[in-house]
Design a binder for this molecule. Structure first.
Ligand SMILES: [Cu+2]
Length: 229
């Protein structure tokens, strides 16, 4: 086996290990059947030429009272959740810009890898108006981590950390008036089924905090479908 092949194989094994480490959060994919379809926003110049541009907006909340699970918060009003949708549909071979408003507190992320930005167009995310490549691993609220299923046609891996709101600014009821705003862009590949999840252990049920909302789709994970335009 030549050196180059060995190096390539090493990369594949590392990639597989990273993806395996992400866990088994997609076990149940039935919690929320609603889908948010990306909004057209003209075209944009990208490293892959001029591409169709689409946007998606979402939020991360410290509980489920924001409306996505019904006015009463649904079966688990105290669970952290993304909203108002957790399933998304975007076109293939397009520039996608996602804006997330992050209302939740947080703490130390388990794996510093997820405190860095991965897979965006220029390797950065805009956080509260400033371009960054990583955030403080001690102050992460959630992550938005997008990747392929085993049967996805093309690889896609995008992961962006959402910094936490300081505890002192999170009200005991309702939501902070000053959420963190995170914006990032990436280019989609071929049509296929992808999934996203949060890699900050914001759940419950186990010491590792990967239970509850972390392992129930419709809260901290969902489908991300890429379709032919
Ligand atoms: Cu989370």
């Amino acid at each position: 086996m030549n050196r180059r092949l060995l190096a390539a194989l090493g990369t594949v094994i590392l990639g597989a290990a990273v993806i395996a480490g992400i866990g088994t959060y997609v076990a149940s994919a039935k919690n929320d059947s609603r889908v948010l379809i990306a909004t057209p926003a003209g075209t944009a110049n990208t490293p892959q030429g001029n591409l169709p541009h689409y946007t998606l907006d979402m939020s991360a909340y410290p509980d489920s009272m924001a409306g996505s699970h019904g006015k009463s918060g649904g079966p688990h009003p105290d669970w952290v959740t993304y909203g108002s949708y957790t399933n998304f549909q975007v076109p293939a071979h397009s520039l996608i810009t996602i804006t997330i408003r992050q209302y939740d507190s947080g703490s130390r992320i388990t794996n510093d890898f997820f405190a860095s930005v991965h897979g965006t167009v220029d390797g950065t995310a805009i956080i509260n108006g400033k371009a960054v490549t990583s955030v403080d691993p001690l102050a992460v609220g959630h992550t938005f981590t997008l990747h392929g299923l085993a049967d996805a046609k093309s690889e896609m891996f995008v992961s962006v950390p959402l910094p936490s709101v300081p505890d002192s600014l999170v009200p005991s009821s309702g939501y902070t008036k000053t959420p963190n705003t995170i914006t990032f862009s990436f280019i989609t590949g071929d049509a296929g089924k992808y999934v996203w999840n949060c890699e900050y252990p914001c759940g419950d049920g186990t010491v590792a905090r990967f239970g509850g909302p972390m392992s129930t789709q419709g809260y901290m994970s969902g489908n991300f479908t890429v379709v032919n335009a």
